[in-house]
Design a protein around this ligand. Structure first.
Ligand code: FAD
Length: 534
């Protein structure tokens, strides 16, 4: 299988049937793959020999959104399908002919639909900077009702991000465009309350009293205005830097434990109730077993990812859900000298404050799929194929195999879990933990694959020594090889497993693509593979 960057040059026209698989997994979904699917479906309508289907991860997460063209035995991965032109180029790869984009308004309509879906996805993940990227300019290019609706949405996004003054400007403009809409007026009141502007709230109260409203609406509006006023009194005391950001809690950097030349465990603490919990419970709720992650807001200032002064990056804590509830969280992070968020984090002083999002589901347990509708079977065994910081999936999965750390009173992960872990010899992570999980039997087997680090810039923690691999010699179910993941090694592992097996692949994009390819060559069905970005 070829993995090409962008969409490759067009082939000559042909008539053989083809299938376009549009990835709908993690990174692609965040990059608008739902809209890519609709776009490709719409553009492919005139081609009888071409079918379009959604698919799981294609293994090129770093270049999302992606699709794969399958023609006979040939498979071609098309990456970075970031606009309508690129979608048209994918169809040309599949059919040999380019669909027409001449229909008036087509490109604009598809472009708008795609922008809306990217925004909705970012919103669902509480990634306010990503949701706002390019949105203000987009709103300004619209008129009439479209403009009114979008301007209101813009004000809501800005309010979620804590930019209440900007949100107020837009909701006020939307309200004046709508000519005195009560719903928009109440949205304005909520923002005035947050900003502590009680005189403006009085003015709104007077305006409302002069309106002819239905009796029930009067009760609702009066009670909302009362709440806004009491919020307004408290608001004056909140410093701008401490303003709540929707779905985020305030944490403090309490310590940094360097664990390799490239990575460290960052210890965070919090007393903020807004931090939420990975395991919401209460009357009427059923326990939802899952692995989870959080989003860190890295306050890097002006950036190319959106208009807000932060960038958003996901992390999978290695500490437990209970510790999160107690206000403690440990995250294992590899520092990249060219990485925007990690190089920023590397410079932070102990005691500094950071924002972490409320926990979000990564995978359902025990099926270990991102979406239960895709859980084709209940696994009898699990093989984790991890590389680099992808190793953080192991504690999250194994927490569900232990009474002390699982959610609810019953352990749901009872299947044997094996691991193949590939890492650079100067960045071996969680070695002591891996050893203890092997000794206790929580991990059935662990194969550690060591690769040589490429020459490059000096590491962030040069003072940390290399991992002591000699300690593994007496651990029977653990082996250490100086090798890369290979077809032979993988098939050897597969032969030891009781089927059906769930394969979870998590590492940098080239590792994910290679592992997925080897699994399919080894006869593993695509439904059995879960790929995670790491
Ligand atoms: C659900 C989820 C959970 C995650 N959990 C963790 C975690 O627990 N610990 C952790 O360290 N990371 C984790 N990541 C990755 C993390 O979100 C960031 O992508 C990573 O920290 C790099 O961010 P950055 O801004 O420093 O780099 P960016 O500015 O985004 O990237 C710039 C450059 O850094 C380098 N780089 C960045 N990421 C990688 C990579 N994965 N492999 C190779 N080179 C890379 C490349 O040179 C890249 O061009 C997770 C990602 C997801 C989606």
């Amino acid at each position: 299988m070829d993995v090409d960057s962008d969409v490759p040059p067009p082939p000559p026209p042909f008539s053989a049937p083809s299938v376009i698989l549009v990835c709908q997994a993690g990174a692609c979904r965040s990059a608008g793959s739902e809209a890519v699917l609709l776009e490709i479906e719409e553009l492919a309508k005139g081609f009888r020999n071409c079918t379009v289907q959604e698919s799981g991860c294609i293994g090129a997460c770093g270049q999302a959104p992606n699709a794969e063209v399958v023609r006979g035995r040939k498979r071609l991965v098309c990456t970075r399908i970031t606009d309508v032109e690129k979608s048209a180029a994918v169809i040309q790869q599949a059919t040999g002919s380019r669909p027409s984009l001449e229909e008036p308004g087509l490109v604009q309509r598809l472009g708008d639909a795609r922008a809306m879906r990217v925004r909705n996805q970012a919103r669902a993940e509480a990634k306010w900077n990503a949701a706002l990227a390019g949105f203000s300019e987009h709103v300004m290019s619209k008129s009439g009702n479209d403009r009114l609706e979008m301007q209101f949405e813009l004000s809501q996004l800005l309010a979620s991000a804590g930019l209440w003054e900007d949100a107020l400007v837009h909701v006020t403009e939307a309200e004046s465009m709508a000519g005195g809409n009560i719903m928009l007026l109440m949205e304005r009141a909520k923002l005035l309350g947050k900003l502590g502007r009680s005189e403006d709230l009085d003015a709104i109260e007077q305006r409302v009293s002069a309106m002819r409203l239905d009796f029930r609406l009067v009760i609702e509006v009066t009670s909302l205005l009362r709440r806004c006023k009491s919020e307004s009194n408290a608001a004056a005391k909140i410093e701008t830097s401490q303003r709540p950001i929707e779905k985020y809690g305030l944490w403090f950097l309490a310590g940094v434990t360097k664990v390799s030349k490239h990575s460290a465990v960052y210890h965070f603490t919090s007393k903020d109730k807004a931090r939420g919990t990975p395991n919401p419970r209460g009357r009427g709720r059923t326990v939802w077993h899952k692995t989870w992650h959080t989003t860190l807001l890295a306050d890097v200032g002006t950036n190319s990812e959106g208009p807000l002064p932060w960038i958003e990056r996901d992390y999978t804590p290695i500490s437990t859900a209970k510790e999160w509830e107690q206000g403690k969280c440990d995250i294992l992070i590899k520092i990249y000298d060219t990485g925007l968020a990690t190089s920023w984090l590397h410079k932070q002083e102990l005691g500094c404050s950071v924002r972490l999002s409320q926990p979000m589901k990564t995978l359902d347990v025990p099926s270990l799929v991102p979406d239960l509708t895709h859980a084709a079977f209940r696994p009898a065994s699990v093989l984790l194929l991890l590389a680099g910081t992808g190793i953080v999936a192991v504690p999250q999965v194994l927490h569900h195999a232990d009474h002390a750390t699982c959610f609810g009173s019953n352990v749901v992960l009872t299947q044997p879990v094996s691991l193949v872990y590939s890492c650079r010899s100067d960045d071996v992570l969680l070695l002591d933990e891996l050893k203890s999980w092997c000794v206790s039997g929580k991990l059935k087997r662990c194969t550690l694959l060591l690769t040589e680090p490429p020459a490059g810039s000096p590491p962030p923690f040069p003072e940390v020594g290399e991992a002591d691999l000699a300690q593994l010699a007496d651990v029977e179910n653990m082996q250490c090889l100086r090798a890369r993941l290979s077809q032979e090694l993988l098939e050897n592992e597969i032969r030891r497993l009781q089927g059906p097996t769930r394969f979870v692949v998590s590492g940098p994009a080239p590792f994910n693509a290679a592992a997925k390819h080897m699994l399919s060559e080894g006869g593993v069905q695509v439904e059995a593979i879960t790929i995670l970005n790491a």
